[in-house]
Ligand binder design. Structure first.
Ligand code: ADP
Ligand code: ZN
Length: 744
């Protein structure tokens, strides 16, 4: 029997225990925002190893953590003060590669180890013994003839694998009644299993797409590299619709030939990838294991268990999937690697793509970064041959890249309140008459980004943020897109109380939809924004509606840019191509180019040719020139040169420190103190403190420092040393962002 927790405070008992059990001081990491590990005693017969999940006492309660080291160095806490590990969970230990990864991420992002561990343990009830469950397998003696519905079950069966009723329904596409009926007549036999239902393995023997020469070469390169079991990063660049997915599916299939090999696929927004999942199902006759933050606790638990037991073969997820306890990671794919959604902007601020490269390195495996618009960082790594570089230059089959042109709004003036120019109107009309679909892109949710009073000029702002409230007609509300605050659309000005004086300024997708309804009353339209599409099923429905051609015009925000393939979509109109083209963000132009190229890439993906119109006041902007000419190299070279001159990433290092708090003067004086202590090196520049562009957020004042350093500087150490000179006062929050992507 192990020493029990409730006796641990009894000195006599303790004495006895330490005589009975020669003690060993070990270190346990708990998922708490602590920078270090805590010391505990290991009862001898517990036989712990590094990575074991254990329960330990902490401040009068029990907590679950991970054994971090079996030899804690002697320190000033006497052994009598230490408590015993209470119990060890019946789970495989955390794989060493995950331990190494947690350490790396903590060190790189300057986050407490415990906070990073927490991300790896974000699974409900993982320590509970799995409950016994009843599943059903196909009986060995079945009648020769049966109903078509029952035959579907027989056809769907995977050898004698026991499955839940729900799963039978899903994979066979039959009703509950059919499954129940077969259970009744004992064609399906009950089996008691312990634990979570396993996942059906991908079928790698299925007939695959015939790859083009270009695609075949790319796939072969990945496969050859993957088989070396060594770390390598491969950039898979290919124009939109060139078959990148097809190529890496091929590599996944090959990789899975190795017994228990696991593949991790990271996608920017897993809840938005319904078409991808359908393709996977078609290709591998099974669903991948999915991982993202919106899953139910039961789904998370099942996926996590399957991963730690090494049963999950292909895991597709958001960036947080990097923290899954993968046992035998053999291939990593990062799809749409340029996407900024890979960057986590809260808590542990890490970049999913960059950390995926680290994860692959630590697992000695190949990683593929796929994109039609690779990030500058990745391009430069490929140019410097740090990464292998594969390129697919043609769309698959007869499809051609769309023709792109600008509509100069200085020449084709917009009527007041209108967002559609003459040339765009003509193109939309023509498309509608031809029975083809059109997409209007505007990356702005709601009706209008600003509401102002025509009588006194008052602009309606968020009371908690330095931001305007966005008008949403759909909800009859004004809403803050930063903190979620909202209020009913007022009838009079909150400032001067004038009636009916409020004017919505600037367009959002709702307003474009309103105009389209007026211009084309007979057309069927759909808005695609996060307000309209709030759940994966809603998205699935919308995607199906578009695929079935029940929609003529789609009006969408950036959620429409995410890799969709709609055969009848042949025209893309960008309402405001100038939006987001410049700003405080050094990557603004690059990002604008990526978004526009991606949205343009939705046009003409099959036999009908596509075209794209960009409405702009600056048709000579390098971003638009690159798009229209189809020659992005010049643009990217210029971007790279500008970054090199300013020593910005990837030619230099950048970190941001945001200090925030409810008391402005306190935050400001803390910032000034910090400035006095700032590091004085030639190769480090400190900019700030200045009020952050969003200087007031959720009731907190925000000041920002930017730290720019030469590439050889150990930025983490510099920042750590600097900040360690000051104790954070109460009411002041310090957020460190190494390599920031967000500049508000
Ligand atoms: P990308 O990921 O580069 O945008 P996809 O892999 O989505 O391109 O391919 C675009 C379309 O072309 C998809 O509908 C895909 O199924 C099809 N496709 C690509 N390559 C092939 C192939 N070799 N055989 C059949 N269809 C293909
Ligand atoms: Zn707000």
């Amino acid at each position: 029997m192990y020493p029990r927790n409730n006796k641990q405070n009894d000195p006599f008992e303790k004495q006895l225990m330490s005589e009975l059990f020669p003690t060993r001081r070990i270190q346990v990491l708990l998922p708490l925002p602590l920078s270090g590990v805590l010391d505990y005693l290991m009862p001898e017969e517990m036989m712990l190893e590094i990575g074991d999940f254990v329960t330990v006492p902490l401040s009068g309660r029990e907590m679950q953590g991970v054994v971090w080291s079996l030899n804690a160095p002697e320190n000033d806490i006497p052994i009598e003060k230490l408590k015993y590990v209470v119990r060890k969970a019946e789970l495989p230990p955390v794989p060493d590669t995950l331990i190494q990864f947690v350490k790396w991420v903590a060190q790189y992002t300057l986050s407490p180890l415990g906070s990073v561990l927490k991300m790896a343990l974000s699974v409900p009830r993982k320590f509970d013994k799995p409950k016994k469950k009843i599943f059903y397998r196909l009986s060995e003696d079945l009648p020769d003839k049966m109903t078509p519905a029952r035959q579907k079950i027989v056809d769907a069966a995977i050898e004698d694998m026991p499955l839940a009723v729900k799963t039978w329904k899903e994979i066979a596409g039959v009703s509950d009644g059919v499954v129940r009926g077969m259970i009744k007549v004992e064609m399906l036999v009950p089996v008691e299993v312990s634990g979570e239902e396993t996942f059906i393995n991908p079928d790698i023997e299925l007939e695959r797409a015939l790859l083009s020469e270009e695609q075949k070469q790319a796939a072969e390169h990945i496969i050859t590299q993957q088989r070396t079991n060594s770390f390598r990063t491969i950039l898979l660049e290919g124009v939109t619709g060139s078959g990148k997915t097809e190529v890496y599916f091929e590599a996944i299939a090959e990789c899975l030939k190795e017994e228990s090999a696991q593949v991790l696929v990271l996608v920017p927004e897993i809840s938005l990838t319904t078409q991808w999942l359908d393709r996977f199902k078609e290709r591998f006759a099974s669903e991948p294991v999915i991982w993202h933050s919106e899953m139910t606790p039961a789904q998370r638990r099942r996926a996590w268990w399957a991963t730690i037991r090494g049963e999950a073969r292909v895991i597709v997820g958001a960036r947080s999937a990097l923290f899954l306890p993968l046992q035998k990671l053999k291939l990593v794919i990062v799809d749409e690697e340029h996407s900024t959604t890979f960057k986590q902007d809260e808590g542990v601020m890490y970049h999913g793509r960059d950390m995926a490269v680290v994860r692959a390195m630590q697992s000695d495996c190949t990683i593929v970064l796929a994109s039609a618009t690779p990030s500058l960082e990745t391009m430069i790594n490929a140019q410097n041959e740090k990464y292998d570089w594969l390129y697919l230059g043609e769309r698959h089959g007869p499809a051609e890249l769309p023709a792109m042109s600008t509509v100069d709004l200085r020449h084709y003036k917009l009527r007041t309140g209108s967002t559609i120019s003459g040339p765009l109107y003509d193109a939309l009309k023509e498309n509608l008459e031809n029975g083809e679909q059109s997409l209007l892109y505007l990356n702005r949710r709601g009706y209008a980004p600003l509401t102002l009073c025509g009588s006194c000029g008052h602009r309606i702002e968020c009371p908690h943020c330095s931001a305007w409230l966005v008008e949403h007609q759909k909800f009859k509300k004004l809403e803050c897109h930063h903190c979620g605050f909202n209020r009913r659309l007022p009838e009079q000005c909150p400032n001067c109380e004038a009636l009916d004086s409020l004017i919505p300024c600037g367009p959002g997708v709702e307003r474009v939809a309103e105009e389209i309804e007026l211009l084309f009353p007979e057309a069927r339209l759909a808005i695609m924004s996060s307000d309209e599409i709030s759940s994966p099923p809603a998205l699935k429905k919308m995607v199906e509606k578009i695929e079935n051609h029940e929609v003529d015009f789609i009006i969408g925000t950036q959620i429409i840019t995410k890799g969709y393939h709609f055969p009848m979509l042949t025209l893309v109109g960008v309402i405001d191509a100038d939006l987001g083209m410049s700003g405080a963000d050094p990557r603004a132009a690059e990002r604008a180019w990526q978004q526009l190229e991606q949205v343009a890439g939705r046009a003409g993906r099959e036999k009908h040719a596509g075209r794209v119109l960009f409405q702009t006041y600056q048709p000579d902007h390098p971003v638009l020139k690159a798009l229209v000419s189809g020659d992005k190299d010049l643009f990217l070279e210029a971007e790279a040169e500008a970054r090199e001159n300013q020593k910005l990433p990837p030619y230099g290092k950048l970190a941001s420190i945001i200090l925030s708090g409810a008391d402005r003067s306190k935050v400001l004086s803390f910032s000034k103190e910090l400035l006095k202590k700032s590091p004085q090196y030639d190769n480090v520049t400190i900019l700030g403190p200045v009020p952050a562009p969003l200087s007031y957020l959720r009731g907190n004042y925000r000041y920002r420092f930017l730290i720019k350093a030469d590439i050889e500087v150990n930025l983490q150490k510099t920042v750590r040393d600097w900040l360690s000179q000051m104790k954070t006062g109460r009411g002041i929050r310090v957020q460190i962002d190494i390599d920031p992507y967000s500049f508000y």
